[in-house]
Design a protein around this ligand. Structure first.
Ligand code: FAD
Length: 278
């Protein structure tokens, strides 16, 4: 399929990009193009212009400030994979294939907000924040409220996602478990886990699920089951079973709703056992 006709703009600065996007509200920013180009080819969108933000190198960075990692929106999955951020780097390593990881950006991924994307499981577990910039200034929102619904991020016309902020989670064990049909596919189920132990008792636990609701959610029942307990086989089994309460998947070509729910249990258990080995 060929995309419809569009104009192409390459701004020299963030301000120039924001100015153009504000003036042309049906224009679309182009980052890695790994979701935008397929949408154009399928003619799901017909923007007047593509605004190539990819070359705005000052939006590609990972810095650590105090207890927070700040990640520029144009940072690629590959750069995040190689940056040793607890949980997030492992999650990035499971996105697509090397080509996708080299081109795709974290800002593009969360702005697209595919319900089966990998980052949202980790970002919801990590209480991540998203910085959004427009001509009138910046606002920082929780990822939870940013992810309003599938393919519906909290971005107003003329705004760009410019930064993602995640706390450090020092001393936490973690694991991202993904069920995919073939290597490189989107998740059928994804479970992101952060676990802090005090001796052998669970001091803090955060579990994010992707691909089993319109947007990523915390598996609160499973977290409740683990908090303050010793991780016996029985506790892990109970918590993994309760993770299913937070999953409301739809049946599709990749599996029935029932199968996906069961896989939430399997992957939650696997995530706990895997994290404990670290
Ligand atoms: C073959 C293939 C396999 C894939 N597998 C996976 C996978 O396993 N897991 C996974 O999570 N993803 C997967 N993806 C998606 C991939 O991660 C994309 O890179 C990502 O969804 C979009 O990032 P991008 O930088 O390419 O954004 P683009 O495609 O350039 O943009 C996506 C959307 O976001 C908007 N946008 C981009 N940047 C910004 C910004 N800074 N602010 C506001 N809006 C913005 C664009 O206008 C567009 O609407 C796959 C993609 C392909 C092609």
């Amino acid at each position: 399929m060929y995309p419809p006709k569009f104009g192409y703009v390459i701004p020299d600065s963030l301000n120039e990009a924001l100015e153009f996007l504000e003036e042309h509200q049906d224009a679309r920013p182009l980052a890695g193009g790994h979701s935008l180009i397929p949408m154009l080819k399928l003619r799901l969108i017909r923007p007047s212009y593509l605004v190539e933000i990819r070359r705005l190198q000052n939006l590609s960075y990972i810095t650590k400030e105090g207890n927070v990692y700040k990640i520029g929106a144009l940072t690629t999955h590959y750069q995040i994979m190689n940056s040793s951020i607890p949980l997030l780097s492992e999650t990035a390593s499971k996105i697509g294939d090397p080509q996708v990881r080299n081109m795709g950006t974290i800002g593009g991924s969360i702005s697209h907000l595919d319900p089966s994307a990998d980052y949202p499981a980790a970002l919801i577990a990590m209480d991540a924040k998203v910085k959004i910039t427009g001509r009138k200034g910046e606002r920082v929102v929780d990822f939870k409220s940013f992810a309003k619904d599938m393919f519906s991020p909290d971005i107003n016309p003329g705004e760009l996602v410019t930064e993602i902020q995640v706390p450090l989670f020092e001393g936490y064990k973690f694991s991202y478990q993904k069920l995919e049909r073939r290597a490189g596919d989107f998740a059928i189920v994804g479970v992101a886990l952060l676990l802090k132990l005090s001796g052998d008792v669970v001091d803090d636990v955060r579990i994010g699920l992707t691909a089993v609701n319109n947007v990523a959610v915390r598996a609160k029942g499973a977290e409740e089951e683990l908090l303050g307990k010793r991780l016996t086989d029985e506790v892990i089994e109970k918590a993994s079973t309760r993770a299913m309460e937070s999953a409301n998947p739809a049946s599709d070509l990749r599996g029935s709703a029932e199968y996906k729910k069961k896989m939430v249990k399997v992957l939650t258990k696997r995530a706990i056992l895997n994290a404990l080995k670290r």
